[in-house]
Design a protein around this ligand. Structure first.
Ligand code: KG4
Ligand code: ZN
Length: 335
């Protein structure tokens, strides 16, 4: 099936064409520059920017893939969770196209998109596997028994891993979003210089990053001009990488996983990719993570997640709603 997929849940307007597990195009128009002025995403401004970008982004996705609208056999769109004004721009565009082309429309859960972004890899995906989802809004350990069968094993009790990067970056004067900037600055820093708290202790698979944020803010205040920003960035990154690696590997071992997967915007972090790969492979687990372009928000992952559901005959009517919050989707219904 050749699908057009649309993603507008936060601050990237994205459209992609996928055929099965093959990504034919994946166009992402980022609003980051606009939101940098305010130091974060302003929902109303995000929705307006999606309105301006959505049609050119769809046109570019179709032309890059060498596909005409008439070649499309289905439409996939992120409809939950996310900023409602932002989501509704993508959902409205998808409805209009599905109606005009008379093809099935499917609303996709953003997290299912991240979880299934590994389908873009040529590898066989082992089940069950444990997926670490780390983004600006999520930090979750999910057991994946099959495509569509998800159990949350652990999650953050407060900030997401991406927020811990972004808030610390702001304290260090690195702007928004800060994950990439922290990674770059950390390259020439000493990760052992500052000792930072790792949050929850013991056997839990949950996370807590609010103490880390407070510790960073105290560090910046107490050290003042003496603070070495590269050492602070390296220490923060090392602490986050250590906690995420330890919990993810423990979850995989305790739940009989054959593989560990790493997805979401923070999965673009090279230190985290290396640490998890090394820890997983040492324990005989397969390690899979999509290319960096499919870690941060994109429509290709939405198409990859929609494909098995549309193939099984699932689709949504034109009353498809946008939901700010939503649990992970139910298993695939066979029609
Ligand atoms: O998945 P995503 O694009 O959007 C959400 O669904 O939230 O994730 C964005 C998050 C931001 O917090 C950003 O700082 C973080 O991913 N991020 C990184 C890196 N690149 C993006 N964090 C650490 N290292 C990176 N290289
Ligand atoms: Zn995301």
């Amino acid at each position: 099936m050749t699908l057009l997929a649309i993603e507008t849940s936060c601050d990237e307007t994205s459209a992609a064409v996928v055929r099965g597990r093959e990504v034919l195009s994946n166009v992402v128009a980022s609003q980051i520059e606009m939101h940098q002025k305010w130091g974060g995403v302003v929902p109303e401004a995000a929705a307006r920017a999606h309105v301006e970008s959505i049609l050119p982004v769809i046109e570019e996705a179709l032309s890059t893939a060498g596909v005409t609208p008439e070649d499309l056999e289905g439409l996939a769109v992120t409809n939950r969770p996310g900023l409602v004004g932002a989501l509704s721009v993508g959902v409205t565009a998808a409805k209009a196209m599905a109606l005009r082309l008379r093809i099935p429309l499917l609303g996709v859960h953003h997290l299912e998109g991240h979880i299934l972004s590994v389908l873009s890899l040529p590898d066989e995906i082992p089940f069950p596997h444990v997926c670490l989802v780390v983004s600006g809004g999520h930090t979750e350990l999910v057991k994946v028994d099959a495509i569509g069968a998800y159990t949350i094993l652990g999650q953050t009790l407060d900030d997401a891993a991406g927020e811990a990067f972004d808030k610390s970056a702001r304290l260090l004067g690195l702007g928004y979003p800060g994950g990439r900037a922290i990674q770059e600055l950390a390259q020439c820093g000493n990760p052992k210089r500052y000792s930072l708290p790792q949050g929850l202790k013991g056997d839990t698979l949950d996370f807590s990053f609010s103490g880390l944020k407070t510790a960073m803010s105290r560090l910046v205040e107490n050290e003042g001009k003496n603070l070495n920003p590269a050492d602070a960035a390296a220490s923060l990154q090392a602490t986050l990488v250590k906690v995420l690696t330890e919990r993810a590997v423990r979850a995989a071992e305790h739940h009989g996983a054959k593989a560990l997967t790493l997805v979401g915007g923070v999965a673009a972090n090279l230190a985290l990719r290396e640490s998890l790969r090394e820890a997983a492979e040492r324990r005989g687990l397969v390690f899979l993570t999509p290319p960096v372009a499919l870690c941060t928000d994109n429509a290709a992952m939405i198409g990859l997640a929609a494909h098995p559901r549309l193939m099984a005959g699932e689709s949504d009517g034109f009353a498809l709603d946008c939901l700010p919050n939503s649990d992970l989707p139910l298993p695939i219904r066979q029609s």
